[in-house]
Design a protein around this ligand. Structure first.
Ligand SMILES: [Fe+2]
Ligand SMILES: [Fe+2]
Length: 176
């Protein structure tokens, strides 16, 4: 684990207080096979689902301290909020993916750890306003905000690097 996309904090830097605290909050979750396996799935255009979950977890942790939520619960719910193992771009689901995957992520998360009621709420409602009901806890607000922020960064960053690469090649070939 190196960084959350868009963050200057190296999450392996044990001299950084945010990195140390954040690692302490989620280290046990990263050991689960169910979490590690998220690295095999693409979430947003070349960003793996594991990296997306780390991004959301880290930003949930940071947002939590601003809005008065519990940073540990926010970080843990952020890491587990997309704990599902199918390719949402291709695989068929019983309901629309946007409605279905929060319920599945909650079900999967319950199988590996005990969740507090605010962690459950944060996972289930992270797609707000698409999912039923308003987030009931500050931790849920932190996770839903972090998810939108991280997803926007991932899409913009990847499209940015994609087009920058194309432009670079265009000029590189032009100089030959
Ligand atoms: Fe999601
Ligand atoms: Fe997400």
């Amino acid at each position: 684990m190196q960084k959350a996309l868009g963050s200057r904090v190296h999450l392996d830097d044990m001299t950084n207080k945010h990195a140390v605290e954040f690692n302490n909050y989620i280290a046990d979750l990263l050991e689960f096979k169910e979490v590690k396996d998220l690295d095999e799935y693409e979430q947003h255009f070349r960003t793996s689902r594991l990296q997306h979950c780390i991004n959301v977890s880290y930003y949930s942790y940071r947002i939590a301290s601003v809005i008065g939520a519990d940073p540990k619960k926010s970080a843990r719910a952020g890491l587990l909020h997309d704990l599902f193992h199918y390719d949402w771009h291709k695989d068929k689901t019983p309901q629309l993916h946007a409605f279905y995957h929060p319920k599945l992520a909650l079900e999967n998360a319950r199988k590996i750890v005990h969740l507090s009621s605010c962690e459950e709420d944060a996972i289930l409602k992270h797609m707000w306003p698409l999912y039923w009901g308003m987030p009931s806890y500050r931790e849920s607000v932190a996770v839903t905000m972090a998810d939108k922020y991280a997803a926007s960064l991932e899409v913009c960053y990847q499209w940015g690097t994609f087009f920058a690469g194309k432009i670079y090649k265009l000029f590189a070939y032009g100089n030959n």
